[in-house]
Design a protein around this ligand. Structure first.
Ligand code: ZN
Ligand code: FE
Length: 252
C-alpha cells in the first residue's frame, strides 16, 4: 500500500492508502473538494472511509463522497453515527479492508469517543497524537488522554504516525520553551523550521523519533520532572501530563 497525504483547510491532512490496483482508503475527509480532485487525477477507486472522531474538519467531506461513491463503507466511532458512518467500530475490533487488517483503539481525550486505526506500520491517530504534541482536551480528562497516549506509545518503533494536523512547528516551539537545553528537541525544532520555511510537510513521523522529541510521551523523563519540580511537585505521570497540557493551552 502507498501512503499519501492531501492537504485540506489550513492545516489538516486527509490520509489516503492506495493499493497497487488503485483502490483506496480515505481517512478523515474534512472537506470533499481536495480529495475528489485527487481521486479524479489519480484514477483512484475509493472503497472505505475511516473516521477518528466527530469534529467537522474530519467528517465534513463524507456526504459528498458518499453521494459520488454510494458503495463506500464508512467506519467510525459511535459519536460519528450522524456524520455518515455506515459501520460503527469500537476498541478491540479488527476490520479487514483492501486485504489489510486494521485494529481499533479507543483513545478518548480530545473527544470522548475518539478512536485510532492501526494497520502495521500505519497509525491513523486523528487529533490524539501530533508530532511534538497532542490534541486539546475538548471532552475528555487529562487522565484519559494520558492513557490514550500510553496505548499509542506501546506500538512498535517503526510505526508511521499519521496525524490529522500540521501542528509540528508550533508544538516544537513549545517543547523548546519547556526544555531549551534538550538536544533532540533543538535539532528537530531546527529541522522542522527548515521544512516549514520551504512549505514541506513534516508528517508522517516515525514513533521511535517521536518518543525522543514529544514531551507528552516523556512524562517519566528526568529532565521534564526536574523542570516541573521548579514550580510544583507532581508524583504521578498523569499529573505531569496535565501540567504540560495546561502549559500548552496557555502558550503563545
Ligand atoms: Zn478534532
Ligand atoms: Fe481536527
Amino acid at each position: 500500500m502507498n501512503l499519501i497525504s492531501i492537504p485540506a483547510f489550513d492545516d489538516n491532512y486527509i490520509w489516503v492508502l492506495v493499493n497497487d490496483d488503485r483502490r483506496c482508503i480515505i481517512v478523515d475527509p474534512g472537506e470533499s473538494a481536495p480529495i475528489l480532485t485527487a481521486i479524479a487525477e489519480n484514477g483512484w477507486h475509493p472503497e472505505a472511509i475511516l473516521l477518528t472522531h466527530h469534529h467537522h474538519d474530519h467528517v465534513g467531506g463524507v456526504p459528498a463522497l458518499r453521494a459520488e461513491f454510494p458503495h463506500l463503507v464508512v467506519y467510525g466511532p459511535a459519536e460519528t453515527q450522524d456524520k455518515g458512518t455506515t459501520q460503527v467500530v469500537e476498541e478491540g475490533e479488527k476490520i479487514l479492508i483492501l486485504e489489510s487488517e486494521f485494529s481499533i483503539f479507543a483513545t478518548p481525550g480530545h473527544t470522548s469517543g475518539h478512536i485510532c486505526f492501526y494497520s502495521k506500520p500505519y497509525l491513523f491517530c486523528g487529533d490524539t497524537l501530533f508530532s511534538g504534541g497532542c490534541g486539546r482536551l475538548f471532552e475528555g480528562t487529562p487522565a484519559q488522554m494520558y492513557q490514550s497516549l500510553q496505548k499509542i506509545n506501546a506500538l512498535p518503533d517503526d510505526t508511521l504516525v499519521c496525524c490529522a494536523h500540521e501542528y509540528t512547528l508550533g508544538n516544537m516551539k513549545f517543547a523548546a520553551s519547556i526544555l531549551p537545553e534538550d538536544l533532540a528537541i533543538q535539532d528537530y525544532y531546527q529541522k522542522v523550521k527548515e521544512l516549514r520555511a520551504k512549505n514541506h510537510k513534516t508528517l508522517p513521523v516515525i514513533l521511535k523519533n517521536e518518543r525522543r522529541i514529544n514531551l507528552f510521551l516523556r512524562t517519566d523523563d528526568i529532565d521534564l520532572i526536574n523542570k516541573i519540580n521548579q514550580e510544583t511537585n507532581l508524583q504521578q505521570p498523569e499529573q505531569r501530563f496535565a501540567w504540560l497540557r495546561s502549559k500548552k493551552d496557555n502558550f503563545r
